[in-house]
Design a protein around this ligand. Structure first.
Ligand code: PLP
Length: 386
């Protein structure tokens, strides 16, 4: 079957050039970076080279890069590790954070922390006026994601970070969906910590980073041999880190093309959806009028369950997501859409298409044709059942 992958916000395939630099570290090349012999030093150099590549991809200094094993780990590390040393035990989060930010924050309540939500508007934009009011009381840590994995909506992180800085609090941003899709400049974002992950940019799973301002006092999650300046013990996953470095370098070279190419695909898709809208099918595209990732379109077909449509499209050869891939085992409607004020019914209809550089205009046209067919087939089924 000629399957078409349209789920790049969930994960991406490994780039062959990334595999090539990883292979020696998976096969013949032994060496623990903490060992003093030549093998160990070679491994250490490979990791330091990857650190520079990662730093360059996000406008940071190599010394600010702490390698971890996943975006989930980096977010847990930022939320729990920074909170552990805070004087003001008050943490503010947007209502649309990924569960790997929201859940670690929720665990802090048992330690006496106040966890407060910052609302978003119908387009998913953070309510800055509300944040300003919240910041009038002393706060310790604020976490607002840079780009949402479902809607693709982008926040004004530098402006939000400035407000947080003026209030004397610390700021973390989850930039997992921003890497490789937008220019990232850690040192001009007014944040103290930023999460990125390898497998979203054609790197391997098992590597990620927390970019950290060195002045931030953070507690490690893992204690042991003292790797990563004592902040993340455990023998480094050299192959994955080397692959992450290469993936970052390639993502930077490809950034302008990624942006223009996937935006063209997304615009073609959304033009097609609007044409469908002119027929008797009602389609809502979420966050369309706000700054979004170029590759992401999140929409709902009125009267059809997103899950049902995703399965039907899958049988027809198209991989898309319903709501967030990371919570796809749950049948709850997207918390992001509910936070934006979308009704539960409409939210249940949501499906996400996220393009990559290898997708083509022809695939978009084929997808639209299949989507049209599947919508009318499912509508007929629902009207027969009714
Ligand atoms: N943050 C966001 C916004 C994500 O989209 C994801 C994964 O989908 C993560 C964090 C978790 O990253 P990882 O899959 O590397 O654990």
């Amino acid at each position: 079957m000629n399957d078409t992958y349209l789920d790049h916000n969930a994960t991406t395939a490994l780039d062959r050039r990334v595999l090539d630099v990883m292979l020696p570290w998976l096969l013949e090349q032994a060496g623990n970076p903490t060992s003093r012999h030549t093998f160990g030093r070679t491994a250490r150099n490979a990791i330091e080279h990857a650190r520079t590549q990662v730093a360059e991809a996000c406008g940071a200094h190599a010394s600010q890069v702490i390698f971890t094993a996943s975006g989930t780990e980096s977010n847990n590390f930022a939320i729990k590790g920074i909170s552990a040393n805070l004087t003001h035990k008050r943490v503010l989060l947007s209502t649309i954070e990924h569960p790997c930010v929201a859940r670690p924050a929720a665990t802090l309540q048992a330690q006496g922390f106040a966890i407060e939500r910052i609302d978003v508007d119908y387009n998913g934009k953070l309510n800055k006026a509300q944040l300003k009011t919240q910041l009038k009381k002393p706060a310790g840590l604020i976490s607002v994601m840079l780009a949402n994995n479902e809607t693709g909506g982008i926040q004004d992180i530098a402006q939000i970070g400035e407000l947080v800085k003026q209030a004397g609090a610390l700021m973390h941003t989850d930039a997992v969906q921003g890497l490789g899709k937008l220019p990232l400049h850690f040192n001009s974002l007014n944040v103290h910590a930023m999460t990125i992950s390898s497998h979203k940019v054609h790197g391997p799973q098992g590597a990620a980073a927390l970019i950290l301002d060195k002045r931030v006092d953070i507690q490690p999650l893992l204690h042991g041999g003292g790797q990563e300046k004592g902040l993340r013990s455990g023998t480094e996953n050299i192959a994955a880190i080397v692959g992450f470095g290469m993936a970052c370098e390639l993502a930077m070279t490809n950034l302008a093309h990624f942006s223009s190419h996937t935006a063209a695909l997304r615009d073609r898709l959304e033009q097609g959806l609007m044409q469908l809208n002119a027929t008797r099918t009602s389609i809502t595209i979420f966050g369309k009028t706000t700054a979004r990732l170029p590759n992401t379109s999140f929409f709902a077909v009125d009267g059809i369950e997103g899950e049902t449509l995703v399965m039907a499209l899958d049988r027809a050869g198209f991989a898309v997501a319903s709501g967030s891939a990371c919570s796809s085992d749950s049948t709850e409607p997207s918390h992001v859409l509910l936070a934006m004020g979308v009704s539960e019914d409409l939210a249940r209809g949501a499906i996400r298409v996220s393009f990559g550089t290898n997708n083509t205009l022809q695939q978009v046209d084929d997808f639209l044709a299949t989507l049209t067919q599947e919508i009318s087939r499912l509508k007929q089924l629902t009207s027969i059942a009714a």
